[in-house]
Design a protein. Structure first.
Length: 234
């Protein structure tokens, strides 16, 4: 895990090494935290809105946010969660197009607003940060591909795939920090179906549930189940 302080006098917190900031060297991370300005968002507030124009990025420093996509007949759908250390707004930063999704705070969120020009300059001055940014983009492309492939999978397989995407290392333990309600929205299934899927995964020895998170007991086995071909829809 990587520690940081969000500005002078701030209490140190921890970021997952799987996040953008967590993958940076200490020097690159410190430089990143010196650019942009601090912003606070209340729960349920949109940090970024789908369709809006703008190239700035947001670095989440505390809290978590849900990625929401509109356009479905069922209304806005959650497709991913982002945590402290994650960067959001990267697609519009790269192609200058409208925001492809909304980012909504799940509880209070603190972030740094990084102008596009400042991030350009940061990458020029810190070339080793390019690899972390490239890994962020590659990871999100793989996750998008996986969502497309698993859309017709049974609920248990879809739950396994989402949990594999959400897994982070916290205090030497692999967890997916999401509630069953949030997981149901991300999977696109009812809470009852997701609860049944989690019971099956627990019976297989792949996960264990706890309040506010799901412990990943067997990461390899979970990943293998997530890649199985579709079965009957539950």
């Amino acid at each position: 895990m990587a520690s940081h302080t969000d500005g002078p006098g701030r209490t140190s917190t921890w970021w997952s090494r799987s996040s953008f900031a967590g993958r940076l060297s200490d020097a690159d991370r410190a430089a990143l935290l010196r650019i942009g300005g601090r912003q606070e968002f209340p729960s349920a507030h949109a940090l970024l809105r789908q369709g809006d124009r703008g190239r700035h990025l947001l670095l989440l420093t505390t809290g978590q946010a849900r990625i929401m996509v509109e356009g479905s007949r069922r209304g806005p759908q959650g497709i991913a969660l982002r945590y402290a250390g994650d960067l959001v707004g990267e697609l519009a930063y790269l192609d200058d197009g409208p925001r492809s999704a909304s980012v909504v705070a799940v509880g209070p969120v603190v972030a740094r607003r990084i102008p596009a020009e400042a991030f350009d300059d940061y990458l020029r001055r810190h070339p080793t940060a390019h690899r972390s940014f490239a890994r962020l983009l590659a990871g999100r492309l793989r996750a998008a591909d996986r969502r497309t492939v698993t859309a017709s999978y049974d609920t248990t397989t879809r739950v396994a795939a989402v949990l594999a995407d959400l897994t982070v290392l916290v205090d030497d333990e692999l967890v997916a920090p999401t509630t069953q309600r949030e997981l149901a929205q991300l999977v696109g299934a009812s809470q009852i179906s997701v609860h049944r899927a989690l019971r099956r995964l627990a019976h297989l020895g792949l996960v264990a549930t706890r309040h506010g998170s799901i412990v990943i007991v067997d990461e390899v086995g979970l990943g293998q189940l997530a890649e199985k071909p579709a079965g009957p829809i539950i």
